[in-house]
Design a protein around this ligand. Structure first.
Ligand code: PMV
Length: 358
């Protein structure tokens, strides 16, 4: 593929240096569920970039001392984490032809998350994008990039090869990934920043994440995406996602909150419905997830305030609302929703501006 070729770095002499990046998590409004080939999406998706849930990665590199196999050392929260190595090795294997300089350097990587590791919040988007950006800093220091845009596209492209949704964790306030006629310049290979096209209300949108279940994900993303391969509703779902992208772009431009809430909740429930209707089937909501959804609908009916939810592939609930209603909604969360959270835990986040070089 031509675009892949453009991302192959030219060679340069190995050198010593370091780079640090903080990269955010993101929450999809139109969900990516189903992939093919090298982590390519079966349908386009669009997400809010978050501000507070982030991974910070420090990378040190120096010319390789011994000319043996590729190796790296990795610390997470200051400790060795051998369980993370297979995923990282698979990632390095996928990106090696685009970043051949990695094999001429010894790499020391250390990462921390701003959010608790055992909170049921997926960290693959923030961790893979922080790693991709840090690795690209080697290339930036070695040969540079034609433009900032090319740097960001390659960062998104590499992050995607680690975890699909990580492609959307590079810039803010929103990113879309996957070809769609709704977005000019959209690509299967990397995500595109959605910035000019949106109403100001969405730039400061709030996301309070209710931790309903701190446990490990019951269905890994890898298995989840596979479930779409022979799914009876796959074709209709992919078509629906394309229609939702077109509708969402119009909603985002106009700031139509009623339509926004309808579409976002429908996307979340569709993701879970697809899982309930796959072979094998899974129910990822917990009783407290459903209790919270009903509370949200009752609150919306009573107060007419624009509070809605979205869900990831798990039991936790993301509460989405405009900043101007923060006070009233935070009071409601503390009094009516916190009791449904494991250990009363929830995380306050909001739309952010993207990854930052430290
Ligand atoms: O990036 P992955 O392979 O972990 O897939 C994530 C898929 C969802 O989080 C469920 C939806 C999305 O678009 O982020």
């Amino acid at each position: 593929m031509t675009i892949e070729k453009e991302f192959i770095a030219s060679t340069f002499p190995a050198q010593e240096g370091k780079a640090s990046w903080s990269s955010p998590s993101n929450i999809a409004l139109v969900k990516y569920w189903g992939k093919y080939g090298k982590q390519l999406p079966q349908n386009p998706s669009l997400s809010f970039t978050l501000a507070n849930c982030a991974t910070t990665t420090h990378l040190q590199f120096k010319p390789k001392e011994k000319d043996n196999q590729f190796s790296f050392s990795f610390l997470f929260e200051g400790k060795e984490q051998p369980s993370f190595h297979p995923k990282m090795e698979a990632f390095f294997d996928r990106i090696k032809s685009f970043c051949p300089y990695l094999f001429e350097h010894d790499l020391t990587i250390s990462s921390t998350n701003s959010f608790p590791h055992s909170s049921g919040i997926a960290s693959s988007a923030s961790s893979m994008s922080a790693l991709a950006l840090s690795l690209l800093s080697i290339e930036e220091q070695g040969v540079g990039f034609a433009s900032q845009e090319v740097f960001q596209q390659k960062a998104s492209f590499l992050a995607r090869l680690g975890s699909g949704s990580a492609a959307r964790s590079i810039q803010g306030p929103m990113m879309s990934w996957g070809e769609t006629k709704a977005i000019q310049g959209s690509s299967q290979e990397f995500a595109t920043c959605i910035d000019q096209e949106i109403h100001p209300i969405f730039r400061t949108y709030q996301d309070t994440i209710l931790i309903i279940d701190k446990g490990q994900k019951k269905v890994s993303s890898t298995l989840g995406h596979q479930l779409m391969e022979n799914h009876p509703y796959a074709t209709a779902r992919f078509e629906q996602a394309h229609q939702h992208m077109t509708r969402l772009m119009a909603i985002l431009a106009k700031g139509e909150l009623d339509d926004f809430m309808q579409l976002v909740e429908l996307e979340a429930l569709t993701l879970h419905a697809l899982m309930m209707a796959s072979k094998p089937y899974f129910v990822l909501m917990q009783p407290n997830t459903l209790a919270v959804l009903n509370k949200i609908w009752d609150f919306r009916e009573d107060t007419k305030l624009p509070l809605c939810f979205t869900l990831d592939a798990g039991a936790n609930v993301h509460l989405l609302y405009p900043e101007k209603h923060k006070k009233a909604i935070n009071t409601f969360i503390a009094s009516d929703l916190a009791s449904f959270c494991e250990a009363g835990q929830y995380i306050e986040d909001q739309v952010g501006t993207g990854a930052k070089k430290l």
